[in-house]
Design a protein around this ligand. Structure first.
Ligand SMILES: O=c1nc[nH]c2c1ncn2[C@H]1C[C@H](O)[C@@H](COP(=O)(O)OP(=O)(O)OP(=O)(O)O)O1
Ligand SMILES: [Mg+2]
Length: 220
C-alpha cells in the first residue's frame, strides 16, 4: 500500500458529473483542507464506464481526470444491489435512470422488476456499494471500498440526497436516506462510525492518505 499522503491545500479533481456525489465529497473532504475541483466544473468529458467491477470503473474515471489535468483525482463508482434481483441494477444503477437521468423512473423500474418476481418492494434486502479510486500524476493509484446494507422502502420517501436515496432504509434506522439528510447519511465520527457506502469508503481513504482533521476552535 502507498505511504503517500495528500497534503492540506492540495488541489484534487473529483472525477464526477453527479452533483449529488460532488456535494457529498465536499462534505467529506472539506474538513481535511483539500481543495476540490470537479470534472464537471472543468468541462472534462465523461469516460465510458466499461469495467466489470466498481473498482475498475472508478479507476477509469480517476485516471481520465488525472491524465487531462496533471492533478491527483478521486472518483467514485457506486451502485445499488438488490438481493431478489440477483444484484441488479448493480453496475447498471445509473443506466436504469436513462439519459437525461430520471431517478423517479429508475425507482419505478425497481418496483416493477420486483413485482414481476412476486416480491414486495417494501422490505426487500439491498445494499449500496462505493469504490473510490485515487490516482496521482505519476501513475500511483489506491482503491477504497465501502458498503451499507438495508431494505427498500415503497413508495419512495424524502426529498434530501440524490439518486435512489428515497427508497433505501439502512439497517438500524426507520427512515430513508432521502429523509435523514446528509450529516446523518454520512454518519461520521464522533457521532457515528460511518453509515453510507461512500462515507465508509471515504473513512478508509482518509485514514490512509488524508491529513488529519484540522481541530476546530473549542474542540480538542
Ligand atoms: O448514495 C447514493 N444514494 C443514492 N443513489 C446512489 C448513491 N450512490 C450511488 N447511487 C446510484 C445513483 C448513481 O447514478 C448510481 C451510480 O452510478 P455512477 O456511474 O457511479 O455515478 P454517476 O453516473 O451518477 O456519476 P459519475 O459516474 O459521473 O460519478 O448509483
Ligand atoms: Mg457514471
Amino acid at each position: 500500500m502507498t505511504g503517500r499522503k495528500l497534503s492540506a491545500g492540495t488541489r484534487l479533481v473529483v472525477a464526477t458529473h453527479n452533483k449529488g456525489k460532488l456535494a457529498e465529497f465536499r462534505d467529506l473532504m472539506g474538513p481535511h483542507g483539500i481543495e476540490l475541483v470537479s470534472a464537471g466544473e472543468l468541462g472534462l468529458p465523461e469516460p465510458a464506464e466499461i469495467g466489470t467491477l466498481y473498482a475498475e470503473n472508478a479507476a477509469i474515471k480517476a485516471r481520465a481526470a488525472t491524465a487531462a489535468t496533471g492533478l491527483p483525482a478521486v472518483a467514485d463508482d457506486s451502485g445499488l444491489a438488490i438481493d431478489a434481483l440477483d444484484g441488479a441494477p448493480g453496475l447498471f444503477t445509473a443506466d436504469w435512470a436513462g439519459n437525461p437521468r430520471d431517478f423517479a423512473a429508475a425507482m419505478a423500474r425497481v418496483d416493477r422488476e420486483l413485482a414481476l418476481r412476486g416480491v414486495a418492494t417494501a422490505g426487500a434486502r439491498a445494499h449500496f456499494v462505493s469504490a473510490l479510486s485515487l490516482t496521482w500524476p505519476d501513475g500511483e493509484e489506491a482503491i477504497f471500498e465501502g458498503r451499507v446494507f438495508g431494505t427498500l422502502a415503497w413508495p419512495p420517501r424524502g426529498a434530501q440526497g440524490f439518486g435512489y436515496d428515497p427508497m433505501f432504509v439502512p439497517d438500524g434506522l426507520a427512515l430513508t436516506f432521502g429523509e435523514i439528510g446528509p450529516e446523518a447519511k454520512h454518519g461520521l465520527p464522533p457521532h457515528g462510525q460511518g453509515l453510507s457506502h461512500r462515507a465508509r469508503a471515504f473513512m478508509r481513504l482518509a485514514e490512509t492518505v488524508l491529513p488529519p482533521l484540522q481541530n476546530l476552535a473549542g474542540k480538542a
